[in-house]
Design a protein around this ligand. Structure first.
Ligand SMILES: Nc1ncnc2c1ncn2[C@@H]1O[C@H](COP(=O)(O)OP(=O)(O)OP(=O)(O)O)[C@@H](O)[C@H]1O
Length: 274
């Protein structure tokens, strides 16, 4: 297994983490077979982090996100949210998936956003749910489409609804599992920009899964690099700033991450020049 991972730029806040992932091993069992998805992964996510989980296909990113969501129990280690051990799904962790069909097709856009607010008892009544839903739909530029049905929307618009629905719950953390991966390249870039604008506006805490290095560099202020299957922490990059994610500096960082991810020897040390 890997030698200890390197923290490349160490300015992680010393505050209490919102999310504390501690030595988490995740596996699937199918009959006599046991498939290891992650091995002893540790990370801490702090308030207002745009924390990116980056790694090759099959390294266990989605499984880790499901475990944080409370849908998959660690076979080793534990996950704590604001100090409480995660054992079930809860409205304090909202998820946005890659698939466009995560909305209820028989409900309008605004009703989709209202649904978890009402079901979870997060708001007092329907009126408050609708106000809040429309507020967040406005934030994702869908005011005009609030009364449409999902089948009348493009893929990007459906993803905006899913983001609004997650944000309207004002969760402790928004969990996003490759939310833009199924979009065309131009829409994807637009959605990344919009997510960052939304973050500038509300400073929500987000854990974002991707296997795109460019997307990770653009979105994250922190990036956790996972090794190929089973996923182990290869490195953690902290204190990344948006200005450095573009131009030659951005491209150099992407190259550095690429080299770290595909370094022949697991856990190989890579010098950071940032
Ligand atoms: N339901 C399942 N039953 C058995 N094995 C599974 C199941 N889901 C995932 N796996 C296995 O667990 C490992 C991690 O899968 P996971 O989907 O978490 O990876 P990932 O990094 O999210 O991949 P991708 O980027 O392709 O979505 C893989 O080897 C996968 O085959």
């Amino acid at each position: 297994m890997l030698s200890s991972p390197r923290v490349l730029v160490d300015d992680v806040a010393k505050a209490e983490p919102i999310l504390d992932i501690s030595d988490v091993t995740l596996q699937y069992t199918a009959g006599h077979l046991s498939i290891l998805a992650t091995y002893k992964v540790s990370a801490q996510v702090f308030e207002a982090d745009r924390f990116v989980l980056l790694g090759p296909s099959g390294c266990g990113k989605s499984t880790l996100l499901k475990a944080i969501g409370g849908f998959h129990k660690p076979s080793e280690g534990e996950i704590r949210l604001r100090g409480r051990k995660v054992s079930n799904p809860g409205p304090d962790r909202m998820m946005v998936f890659q698939e466009f069909d995560q909305l209820l097709p028989w409900k309008t856009v605004v009703q989709n956003v209202m649904f978890p607010l009402i079901e979870s008892g997060k708001v007092k009544n329907r009126k408050e749910a609708e106000q809040r839903a429309r507020h967040y739909l406005d934030k994702v530029n869908l005011t005009k489409f609030a009364d449409n049905y999902p089948h009348m929307l493009s893929g990007g618009m459906k993803q905006r609804v899913a983001i609004a629905r997650g944000m309207a719950m004002e969760p402790d953390i928004l969990l996003m599992d490759e939310p833009f991966a199924a979009l065309d390249a131009l829409t994807r870039v637009k959605m990344q920009d919009e997510l960052l604008e939304l973050w500038d506006d509300t400073h929500f805490t987000v854990l974002f899964v991707t296997h795109s290095i460019a997307e990770a560099v653009k979105i994250g202020n922190r990036i956790l690099l996972l090794s190929p299957h089973p996923g182990q922490v290869k490195a953690e990059l902290n204190g990344l700033c948006r200005e450095e994610a573009v131009g030659p500096k951005g491209r150099a960082l992407e190259q550095e991450i690429h080299d770290m991810l595909f370094a022949e020897k697991a856990g190989a040390e890579v010098q950071h020049h940032g």
